[in-house]
Write a protein that binds this ligand. Structure first.
Ligand SMILES: Cc1ncc(COP(=O)(O)O)c(C=O)c1O
Length: 415
């Protein structure tokens, strides 16, 4: 290969910039030495990493395959066209755009394609699991659009579809968004479609978190129901950091123009090509097994934590994440996050629905299983992790046990 391939050379990095080389090594050691339970993270494959570190990063390719504003795009055209075809086939979508630099960028493009500033949008409230791009006042969505939030029900912490419908009839939004950052349950996309149709609104599904579960056939797909599906490629899907938009053919031009030239310039062709690789990996039978195991693990982890006196919001999970109410233990999310961090267990504090605490304190934590499942862990390990989290939260020393567990299921194992 040496005469045809030129790629990542760690010795060159160490010679040029030893400080950044140390960061790279320390981060790898952190990944290998701890449990990664951040629900939005995963461990990409060596194939994806190889493309990300390739010479494709150099190429300017404003435009789309076959229609570029720069010369020399024949090679990257092949990568993007392959990626688009793979996304369409995997998700049964009429059109795919792989250029958004991130999930937030994909959402911005969807707003730009479908709405004008000042239009009304109905989306899940941020404190109940929605995302900043769903109408937060500190985000473009809340500043430039008239956003109305729907909560989850107080008693069972689930979406109340009748309330969503009432809000839609009252506010007549031009777009309804479903899909969240911290909602552990399945979403009834057909129900949302019916509500959107009743008020002639677009339905945008923000599948950033769960698109990988859809890819693996482990949960129902939003694609048949939505006008536009926005997603990230780096969460359960296990690709490079980035965004993706799927839509019907009728909206294809508007979506493509909203990504480039409206909200972005040149695409990151190394990332676009890495998305193509991840989509190929996600179409394999082994990935379907992985997606199913991610959910089985999240259920086992939530049940284990419940056994330790930590209440799973909504009683459990149907997805890759669980939201855990810690109030019975008289500890805040922030304290739990810090104590787990000290033990090598990385998770995040998270507001729970109707949280009495401020967001930076929070009454809960969010745990997710994409990374530990990539490492090969299954239900018995989830039960062990639940016990380790509980012990860490109580302030007991568990770092040694965490190291033993990660040694048995290494992240990025050495050959
Ligand atoms: C529902 C949802 N949408 C959008 C995003 C934004 O993705 P990114 O961080 O890639 O901009 C996230 C990120 O966590 C998310 O959870």
């Amino acid at each position: 290969m040496a005469d045809t391939y030129w790629g990542p050379d760690f010795d060159a990095l160490r010679d040029t910039d030893p400080e950044i080389a140390d960061v790279v090594l320390d981060e790898l050691a952190r990944l290998r030495g701890g449990l990664q339970l951040i629900a939005s993270e995963n461990l990409t494959s060596p194939a994806v990493l190889a493309v990300l570190g390739s010479a494709l990063t150099n190429k300017y390719a404003e435009g789309y395959p076959g229609r570029r504003y720069y010369g020399g795009c024949g090679e990257v055209d092949r990568a993007e066209a392959l990626g688009i075809e793979r996304a369409k086939a995997l998700f049964g979508a009429e059109h795919a755009n792989l250029q958004p630099h991130s999930g937030a960028g994909a959402n911005l493009a969807a707003y730009a394609a479908l709405l004008m500033p000042g239009d009304t949008v109905l989306a899940m409230e941020l404190p109940h699991g929605g995302h900043l791009t769903h109408g937060s006042k500190v985000n473009f969505s809340g500043k430039w659009f008239d956003t109305v939030g729907y909560p989850v029900r107080k008693d069972d912490e689930l979406i109340d579809y009748d309330e969503v419908r009432d809000l839609a009839l009252q506010h007549r939004p031009k777009m309804i968004i479903c899909g969240a950052t911290a909602y552990p349950r399945l979403i009834d996309f057909a129900r949302f479609r019916a509500i959107a149709d009743e008020v002639s609104a677009y339905l945008m599904v923000d599948a950033a978190h769960f698109i990988g579960l859809v890819a693996g056939g482990a949960i129902p797909s939003p694609v048949p129901h939505a006008d536009v599906v926005c997603a990230t490629t780096h969460k359960v899907l296990r690709g490079p950091r980035g965004g993706m938009i799927l839509c019907r053919e009728g909206l294809a031009q508007r979506i493509d123009k909203a990504v480039f030239p409206f909200t972005q310039g040149g695409p990151l062709m190394h990332a676009v090509a890495a998305k193509a690789v991840a989509l190929k990996e996600a179409a394999q039978p082994a990935y379907a097994d992985y997606a199913r195991q991610v959910i089985a693990n999240a259920r086992a982890l939530a049940a284990g934590l419940e056994g330790e006196g930590m209440r799973p919001v909504s009683g459990g999970t149907d997805t890759h994440l669980a939201l855990i109410d810690l109030r019975a233990l008289r500890i805040t999310g922030r304290e739990a996050e810090e104590r787990c961090d000290a033990a090598g267990i990385t998770l995040n504090k998270n507001a729970i629905p109707y949280d009495p605490e401020k967001p930076m304190t929070a009454s809960g934590i969010r745990v997710g299983t994409p990374s530990v499942t990539t490492q090969g862990m299954k239900e018995p390990e989830m039960r062990r992790i639940a016990a380790l989290i509980a012990a860490a939260v109580r302030g007991e020393p568990v770092a040694q046990q965490v190291r033993e567990l990660t040694a048995a299921f290494p992240a990025y194992p050495s050959p």
